[in-house]
Design a protein around this ligand. Sequence first.
Ligand SMILES: [Zn+2]
Length: 234
Amino acid sequence: MIKSHPSEELLRAFVSGELPPALALCVSAHVDMCRLCQREVKQIEQELAASIEHQNNDSADIQVSDDLTAMMAAIIDSEPAPVEQPSLVAERHKAKHIRWQDNKFLLPRALQRQIAEQPELVTGDSWFQLGKLWRGRLAEHQQWRTSFYYIEQGGEIPEHTHKGREITLVLSGSFVDGDEVYQEGDFIYRDGAHTHKPGASVSEDCLCFTAVEAPLHFTSGATRLLNPIGKLLY
Ligand SMILES: [Zn+2]
């Protein structure tokens, strides 16, 4: 069962189209996986629609009304507007899964659309490996970096910190961060400087999707030598 969701504030910003594209993509992918947040998004959309209708009754500004109607239509369709491109839509049925050895992982719709342009990630041909950790990076979104991580059981990202926000969405398996164990669908939001050593559980591999705003900086002992790699993991 999903235990970690985006905050209401984040969902409201998502519905209003105020999030950076990478962050909107993470929220959108979580909403695809989470009935609770689907209901909440629908409710926020209805509130927003009601307030727009109210404003329209007060004002004859047709131009604004058209823009908002188009925006609402885009949101209700669950299309992450900032990253939507016609070519992705045309190809979206070709990239529904990530393959890993004999396993196939079905992706949330928002991510299916996103990786349709990078089919090499689907087969694993262009993943970067560091021990038990594999990273497939997506195209950059402004200053944000978005990546898939495949972490073999017992594998972890060495202890690090970074400034800015970091979102992890668990797509399959168990993801461990400190004392918490997260499962499929969990949305983990870290804000500001934060030191941690997340990884897969000892008994299960983990596939997750992450968005980070700033490079990783490794903090302890020998792993400081990894700092040049922090750029690669970022
Ligand atoms: Zn949720």
